[in-house]
Design a protein around this ligand. Sequence first.
Ligand SMILES: [Ca+2]
Ligand SMILES: [Ca+2]
Length: 451
Amino acid sequence: EIHGKEMLELCHCCLVTNNSGVTPSGQCGAWVKEPEGGHFTSPNYPEKYPPERECIYIIEASPRQCIDLFFDEKYSIEPSWDCKFDHIEVRDGPFGFSPIIGRYCGRESPMYVRSSGRYLYIKFVADGELEAIGFSARYNFTPDPEFKGLGELPALPFCEFELSGPEGFVESTQITREKRALPTEAVDCRWYVRAPPRAKIYMRFLEYEMHNSNECKRNFVAIYDGSSSVEHLKNKFCSTVANDVMLTSSLGVVRLWADEGSRKSKFKILFTTFLDPPCEGDTFFCHSNMCINHTLVCNGIQNCVYPWDENHCKEKRKPSILDSLDNTNITIIAVTCGLVVILLIISVIIQVKQPRKKYIIRRFTLSDGTPTSGFQQASRLSHHTTPAGHRNILAMKHSYSQDGGEGYREADDFMIYEGPTTSGHHIHHHQIHHGMPGLDHTVHRTLSNDF
Ligand SMILES: [Ca+2]
Ligand SMILES: [Ca+2]
């Protein structure tokens, strides 16, 4: 048990100070790691290397350090034009696409290489025929001249997190929330995201901002696929954008490096674990080679690469809108509605009261009012007495068609109800109110005083 604990501590030490790796592991020669450096060789060195072999060695130095790499003089690789058969390739960075320093074969050796940053990528390739003794390389870590004067970096706080489940958030705010580091301290934090066996992990950036953008030595977010070892480093972001990452293993590691002056660097990643199709049980098919947990459908978070899991979720969204109405909102709506109703009532009262100076109400009935005729007529005969006492009679005949198609029709006969008449007035204005065809009509006639 004590041995196991020691191994763990040793391993942790390796990760921090000498996180170097080789792929495929166990097939690519020897690798001795020491705190200040180490050495590695091609397979079988100093015997001939085997045919059909591709080995990738990645060296990682601690923050503010770079790498000096020396090749042993006892060196030989099958020569070829442009080194297109067996060769060694050295790159300045952790990836196969990092800037190339050189490609070597025959008797030509890289001799000495210094990295510009914390990483070196070395690839050794042997084809199917003609072998040689290969190479042996030694490296040591040295302070990065770029950080001269800053001195040695103080010990970094231990900062690791464990996450699991069908989905979850990896976020930089967790560091301060859980008091893992002071705001003035540099951090090198890791989040281990564990999916069930056979499952994979999709990581989507919801938020990403590096305080010192494009200064990769000062701050970056890295994503590893399989372990936190450098050979499993999949992406490293330090510019203005970060892309979503699809992992192929069930262990994802997110790492944030931020020096003392970069602690405003922040990110938030949504991780979703998924299985390959065909989708079994009640898993949901994302249309992008992902089967996700059914609980992630319509949960308000886009888990699929395209929002298939959040489409057609209206039934579930409706109550959420109602739920969002709190008491204040309801009060405001109620008061507004009440005011509108009161204003309406007031305006109706004013409308009704104002022209009521003098009304003459006359009723008449259509003698041949056929209910289905679709038209109605309102006719009026009005008269008033002149000051001289003579009676003038004004007769007006109107016919209205309600549907427009019936056209004009004259009223044949009508009965007139004569209300009280007044003298000394002129007809000035009238209003006609329609009822249903054939029903009694009420005609309001307004008379106004001209004097
Ligand atoms: Ca060869
Ligand atoms: Ca979802």
